[in-house]
Ligand binder design. Structure first.
Ligand SMILES: [Fe+2]
Length: 283
């Protein structure tokens, strides 16, 4: 039985190079900062670490990664991918940080910025252990549509053989939201993934799957395994069959493991209006 602890998930930041960057009508860097401020106050005091499930920047420029690094106060340390990095941002000082890539991330640039000891050959698959739980960070690739690469399957197989309780972290989703365009991004080979998890002695050790990519929060049980998705810290989407961007408040999750059971509490971040004093003065 693992120790009890909590951790925070954020996802899909789509950051630009400056505090005023806008993407699809959404002030993505501003809402990311608001999310950090909110979780520092309400969730971080209970959490052992923070993990982002990818799409850190969009497009993946060095300037975007530098802005993120400065905002977190997360200088590259001695950790290889996926961390932990140690943050120096006020309110989050010393909180360990794990970073995963999404389809919009440049894996080589991301490692140069945060994990210079890691040399990604292609995908970034890795695991870390925390208080008796093995976190598998699985990489379905740099395209909108997921692909089950051999590296992912090997990492999954190693984790399943560890005998430890598992939390499986990933960017892409592995479960349908009943949205035609979004569901098309699920890997064609997803059944092989679920078959690996559904071996008789395996399912009970999987505490849950946490994902990003959809920009929409959901909670489902698939083959007996709890599966969570999370609204982005940037724009979200209407839950319909065609792509339609929706502007809404960012969300994040505080996960807790108690007595070997993983549960989630969803937080929504209020957005104070941006101070337009400077704009007014210019006019
Ligand atoms: Fe995204």
């Amino acid at each position: 039985m693992p120790e009890d602890f909590s951790f925070i998930q954020i996802t899909d930041h789509h950051l630009g190079p400056s505090a005023t960057s806008v993407r699809l009508g959404y002030a993505v860097n501003y809402t990311f900062t608001q999310t950090l401020q909110h979780l520092a106050q309400y969730a971080a005091p209970q959490a052992d670490f923070l993990i982002s499930t990818g799409d850190l920047v969009d497009p993946p420029t060095p300037q975007g990664y530098t802005w993120l690094q400065n905002e977190l106060g997360a200088a590259p340390g001695s950790a290889a991918f996926p961390g932990p990095l140690s943050m120096r941002r006020p309110g989050l000082e010393g909180l360990p940080l794990y970073l995963m890539p999404g389809n919009h991330d440049d894996r080589r640039r991301m490692c140069e910025q945060f994990f210079p000891l890691s040399r990604p050959g292609g995908m970034l698959n890795a695991s870390f252990e925390h208080k008796g739980v093995l976190f598998l960070c699985l990489d379905w690739g740099a395209d909108s549509k997921a692909r089950l690469y051999p590296e992912l399957y090997n990492c999954l197989d190693q984790g399943l053989r560890s005998g430890l309780p598992l939390v499986i972290c990933m960017h892409h989703q592995v479960t349908s939201l009943n949205m035609r365009w979004m569901d098309a991004f699920i890997a064609d080979e997803v059944n092989a993934f679920w078959e690996a998890l559904c071996a008789p002695t395996t399912t009970a050790r999987i505490l849950g799957i946490i994902a990003g990519h959809t920009h929409i929060s959901y909670e489902k049980v698939e083959y007996g395994i709890p599966t969570w998705g999370l609204r982005s810290t940037s724009y979200t989407f209407h839950p319909i069959d065609t792509l339609a961007v929706r502007l809404a408040n960012p969300q994040y999750r505080l996960f807790s493991i108690q007595n070997g059971v993983l549960t989630s509490r969803l937080f929504e971040v209020p957005l104070p209006l941006m101070d337009d004093t400077a704009v007014g003065e210019e006019i």
